[in-house]
Design a protein. Structure first.
Length: 233
């Protein structure tokens, strides 16, 4: 497991305290390390804005210097998006904290497959059901939601099966699309389970609003999820 302090190098003893807003809800003040952990765990989306105590104006989350340092360590070639998921596999780190690994995996998968929205659900105690832990292009309000044991996509994931298609194909596709949907309906969705040591660890869900996933896309996502599982220490 790679500690956040290792990614940062060194945080000042008197690090700033931050207020964070998504435009509707404001939280804080939180210290810099907690802010960065929230971002890496997917609890603080990139669309949020921040300000230090005493500032009068808000700034983009990207304006936090320490966050830039972490992102450069996580994605050394951050400005170059992976061309496809096979390219993204090479960017998957070893020995990363599970939350950081899954959050990064979601970003890489969404960028590679030109997805408009994405979610990661991972097992959390004490419920021991998949809990939404990372988001991409989806409001942060989805974080912390628990998938019911009856969810059909979850049932497929437990059997190691992936899912891809139109929301009109079946109940599983429709419920995934509803989780991902914002203002524009999803045209196509894809889900792949992350299975390590024979057990389901997480689910990756992606959605598109403009064009459908191809069969090759679904196969590549399943292969990518298998590589993510191999990175879990």
């Amino acid at each position: 497991m790679l500690a956040l302090s290792h990614l940062l190098g060194h945080l000042p003893e008197a690090s700033p305290r931050w207020l964070v807003t998504n435009g509707e809800t404001t939280i804080g003040p939180v210290d810099t390390e907690l802010l960065l952990r929230g971002y890496l765990d997917g609890r603080i989306p990139q669309s949020c804005q921040v300000r230090q105590e005493g500032w009068r104006s808000w700034r983009p989350l990207n304006g936090v210097r320490e966050l830039g340092a972490v992102r450069r360590r996580l994605l050394p070639e951050q400005q170059t998006k992976p061309h496809d998921l096979r390219d993204a596999i090479c960017k998957l780190p070893h020995g990363r904290d599970l939350g950081e690994l899954l959050s990064l995996s979601l970003q890489l998968a969404a960028q590679s497959l030109a997805a408009n929205a994405g979610l990661v659900h991972r097992y959390r105690s004490p419920v021991w059901l998949p809990v939404t832990s990372s988001v991409f292009g989806v409001p942060a309000e989805r974080l912390g939601e628990v998938l019911p044991s009856s969810d059909p996509a979850y049932s497929l994931a437990l059997r190691g099966r992936s899912l891809a298609g139109s929301p009109y194909q079946g109940l599983a596709e429709r419920l995934v699309a509803e989780r991902l949907q914002q203002d524009v309906p999803m045209i196509s969705i894809a889900m792949a389970p992350v299975i390590a040591a024979g057990r389901l660890v997480a689910m990756l869900e992606l959605g598109r609003t403009d064009h459908s996933f191809r069969g090759e896309d679904a196969d590549e996502l399943a292969e990518f999820a298998a590589h993510v599982a191999r990175r879990i220490g």
